[in-house]
Structure formats: structure tokens, C-alpha cells
Design a protein around this ligand. Structure first.
Ligand code: NAD
Length: 341
């Protein structure tokens, strides 16, 4: 039987050039939020590329399960601690900062902690990089665009965000974090780069978590034959990016020698409405689930689609996994993990 984790890892590594692979070999890398969904795939890819990886995570939404394939490896170290009070003793050549609270239900329930992690937590790590002289990749989000008037949205678009809305703890801390990252670049010359990641899905996005996001929630409901809830009429769109494409984009950005102080959209250009996503998942799972409509979420963006010309030309990155292919892999992965009692 095909091992889907191996398939995802092969897709990630297969996207990299030999120069990008050798850049990571032997590097000392700190992945903040490294036991999370994206962070664990990043950590696993880096371990397989020969980097010496330290994963810092408080396991609030991340899990030991996510890193079970690399936990015993000699070039992997786990530091269970909160970025808000961790004392770091090592030194690192490269830092990925991905500690955050990206799930809306979670950051709406814990808005203060969400904001502190992407501000004070990031400040603490950026300050350390002055001594380490590390390169930093900050993992930002398409959410900084808010509800954009320009779609496909290029990096030059400033965003349209409600600063006091229910989504603001996430959107505004991501915006602050980008500004702070650029401040360290301009004032102290830290070698930073920013990835604006669009909705990413795939294996390890926990469907049993109360905070699980739209793709996994729909897959879980469909596999159980339970109703699929859609906020509003479902005409709002997203560009769902398969995990292997997001992670290869991050690794390419990290190894890019001419990307200091630059920001890149990392996301799929295959835009789909939420109602069509639900219908596709019902079809792919052969489910009897019904679609039910619930009130729209406040400030929910109407459309989300990146302009990725900059990543294509400067990083040589384009997403490779289609929505159907990615959904099939994700559904197969979840089928083997969901218990149906
Ligand atoms: N998944 C997406 O669709 C998406 C989209 C855009 C941006 N991003 C960004 O990518 C990054 C990773 O997101 P993800 O989807 O993997 O989410 P995730 O919740 O799986 O990962 C976040 C990780 O950070 C850890 N963490 C949170 N607060 C921490 C703290 N105070 N100290 C130490 N560790 C802490 C969590 O335990 C978790 O392992 C985040 O910065 C997120 O904003 C994700």
C-alpha cells in the first residue's frame, strides 16, 4: 500500500533543484512551530536534506504524532517550550518562524495569546538572530490582504483589513509581524524574507481538532456521512494549496540568494468556491452527506487568489499538485486515521 507521507515528502524534495538541496545540507535550522502542520513537513524535509534541525514548539496545536517519523533521527532535536519564554542556547544559520494560531475558531477564542505569539514571540527570536547572524523566513499569510479588491492579488497590494474585527487578532498580528521583520532588515541588516502563504491543506491537518480548517472539516464530515456546514451561500472562493507545494516554496525561498528583504505569495492559482469544494469532496468520497448553510462568518473574504508571478520568476516555483490530486491524497490519508465508532 502506498505510504502517503512518503509521497508528500517525495513531492517536496522532487520540486527542489540540486543547488537548493545542497544549500540546506548541513545547515543548522530552527523551525519555530515545527511540530505543527506546515512546520512538521518543513522539519521532515530539512532532516531528509541533511540539515540539523531544532524544532521549537509548545504543542498547543502541533503534536508529537506530526514529528514521529523524524523524532529519533540524529539530526533532529525537539524543544518543547513556548516561544514567549524559551531560553535558547544553540546557534542557527536559518530560522523559519511559523508559531501562530491560524485556525479562526482558535484565535477568536484566544485573541490575546494569538497576538503575542506573532509579536513578542517573533521579536524574541529576531533579536537572537542578531547574534546568530541567521537568515530568517517569516511565515505570513494571505490573511494580511483581508478582503481584497484586487484579485489575483499581487504582493504590492496593501490589503483591506478591519483592524478591530473578529479576524483582526490574526490578520493584524501577521501584518505587524511583517512590519517587524522588515524593521529588523532595515535597521539591523538581518537577512529576512517573507512568505505569504495561502490556504494550505493535506495530511497532518488534524480533522479531530475543534479548530480543524475547511478542507479537513469537510473531508471528515463526508467520510462520516454527516452534514457539511457552509458559512453563507458558499460562493466565497479560496485557492487551496497542497502541503507539498507550500513547503517546497518555503524551502526555495530560504535558499534564494537574492531574496533578502523580499515578500512572496506562495499559493495555488486554482480558485474554487467553498460550495464547489464541498461538492467535490462529497463526490470523491462517495459520501451521502448533505450540504447545510449556516450564517456567514464576519469579515469573511469574498475571494482569495494569489498573483504568483514573482515566485514563478524569482524562485522558479509553481504549484504542481492539482486540487483533485491533493484532495485524493488527503482523503486517503484521513481514511486510514479517522475512527468511525
Ligand atoms: N495552514 C495554512 O493554511 C496557513 C495559511 C497561511 C499562513 N499560515 C502560517 O503558517 C504557519 C504554520 O501554520 P500551520 O497551518 O502549520 O498551523 P499549526 O497550528 O499546525 O502550526 C503552528 C505551530 O506553532 C505552535 N505554536 C503556537 N503558538 C506557539 C508558541 N507560543 N510557542 C511555541 N509554539 C507555538 C503550535 O503548537 C503549532 O505546532 C503559521 O504562522 C500560519 O500563520 C498557514
Amino acid at each position: 500500500m502506498e505510504n502517503i507521507d512518503d509521497t508528500v515528502l517525495e513531492l517536496i524534495i522532487g520540486h527542489l533543484t540540486s543547488g537548493e538541496k545542497s544549500y540546506h545540507d548541513g545547515l543548522r535550522v530552527l523551525v519555530v512551530g515545527g511540530a505543527g502542520f506546515i512546520g512538521s513537513w518543513l522539519s521532515e524535509s530539512l532532516v531528509s536534506l541533511g540539515a540539523n534541525v531544532t524544532c521549537l514548539d509548545n504543542l498547543s496545536t502541533g503534536s508529537l504524532d506530526n514529528i514521529s517519523r523524524i523524532k529519533g533521527k540524529s539530526n533532529f532535536k525537539l524543544l518543547i517550550s513556548d516561544v514567549l519564554n524559551v531560553e535558547l542556547s544553540g546557534e542557527y544559520d536559518l530560522v523559519f518562524y511559523g508559531a501562530s494560531m491560524p485556525a479562526p475558531d482558535m484565535y477568536m477564542a484566544n485573541p490575546v495569546k494569538a497576538m503575542l505569539t506573532d509579536s513578542i514571540g517573533l521579536y524574541r527570536i529576531l533579536s537572537k538572530t542578531l547574534d546568530w547572524r541567521s537568515r530568517v523566513v517569516y511565515m505570513s499569510s494571505s490573511e494580511i490582504y483581508g478582503n481584497p479588491e484586487v484579485v489575483p492579488t499581487p504582493e504590492e497590494y496593501y490589503g483591506r483589513v478591519n483592524p478591530i474585527g473578529l479576524r483582526s487578532p490574526y490578520e493584524e498580528s501577521k501584518r505587524f509581524a511583517e512590519a517587524l521583520t522588515m524593521a529588523f532588515y532595515r535597521e539591523y541588516g538581518v537577512d529576512v524574507r517573507i512568505a505569504r502563504i495561502f490556504n494550505t491543506y493535506g495530511p497532518r491537518l488534524d480533522p479531530n481538532s475543534p479548530y480543524s480548517r475547511v478542507v479537513t472539516r469537510f473531508i471528515e464530515r463526508a467520510l462520516r456521512g454527516e452534514p457539511i456546514e457552509i458559512h453563507g451561500d458558499g460562493s466565497q472562493t479560496r485557492s487551496f494549496t497542497f502541503i507539498s507545494d507550500t513547503v517546497s516554496g518555503l524551502l526555495k525561498l530560504a535558499s534564494c540568494s537574492k531574496c533578502s528583504g523580499e515578500v512572496f505569495n506562495i499559493g495555488s492559482i486554482e480558485e474554487v468556491s467553498i460550495i464547489d469544494l464541498a461538492k467535490t469532496i462529497i463526490e470523491l468520497t462517495g459520501s451521502k452527506s448533505q450540504i447545510v448553510h449556516v450564517p456567514p462568518r464576519p469579515d469573511d473574504p469574498r475571494r482569495r487568489k494569489p498573483d504568483i508571478s514573482k515566485a514563478m520568476s524569482k524562485l522558479g516555483w509553481t504549484p504542481r499538485v492539482s486540487l483533485i490530486e491533493g484532495l485524493k491524497l488527503t482523503i486517503d490519508w484521513f481514511k486510514r486515521r479517522i475512527s468511525f465508532e
